[in-house]
Design a protein around this ligand. Sequence first.
Ligand code: SF4
Length: 316
Amino acid sequence: MTKQYATLTAEGLRIDDEETLEKFRNKMLSASLVSSMLQCPAQWAAGQLLPKFTEQDLDNAMTRGSLFHRVMEMLFAQDKNNRGKARAMELAGEVLEEKEFSHFRHNEEALEWLDGAIDNYFAMGSKPENVDIANYKGRGGIEIRVIGNIEGCERQFHGFIDRLSYGKNGGLIIDDWKTGATTKRYNPKDRYESGWAEARQQILYAYIINNEVKDESEEVKKARLVFPVTGEVVSIDLGNETYKQRALKDVSDAEKVFNKSCEDNLFEYKKQFLCHWCPLVKACPGGMSPVRRVKKAIDAYNSQPDIEELSKGLKF
Ligand code: SF4
């Protein structure tokens, strides 16, 4: 063991490294923290710890997402008449020269994925040459950080908006690039609530901006999830008061779970189908037993670190 970061107790993950626990205690709320606290606090804590002592595959959903985000960030920093597909492809080449993304340079599969995402982005009717990037607090609205208070919460909430632009009929539009392989469209009738976390994130960003502007004409009027891999766009219903209230309640509920986890130093297990995608699954006393029939779940389970790997930083 390199250093003992945490112990898997019968009820949850206990952090043994005081410095890490202190960092957790000081965290702000964010969309991903909210989702994680409502899903499984132990999985969240494990996700924070494992990169410290296990080898991470540099080619993963998150790093590919960052790659696409970076190309878009550079594309929308160009003059309007220089935002065509050819320019986007050129910029992709420049992004690959950056140190953070250099590991993708000879990864044919990832490069093909990126080309496909850029192709789809243009094929889906996007008109980047018509986009007026908004000014937000004195800077252009690309990859901008929003930070604010959420009703009923002690901690501040923060996050990054991929693109903030001016709407044709006034007001602001949030666009968020979602580079996953499936379109997430929230439907309240869906029992798995697919797409709710993504919708909630945009509702909260709009809430923060709309709370700080003085004039209604400066408010966020629209929010969209743009899925360049599937070629689809999902509009978020920002006017739906039920969704808004639920989003605020989710943040408040998640904060309570997070505060309690930090105070008790116990990040509890919450068994669920998604256990198969959790890096603790092979060691977790509270996790779901592996299913036998769902190939995606079996593959996900098999790709998780084994006990030997986990024991480099965790005690059982
Ligand atoms: S295996 Fe399941 S219950 Fe255990 S930490 Fe992971 S998600 Fe939570």
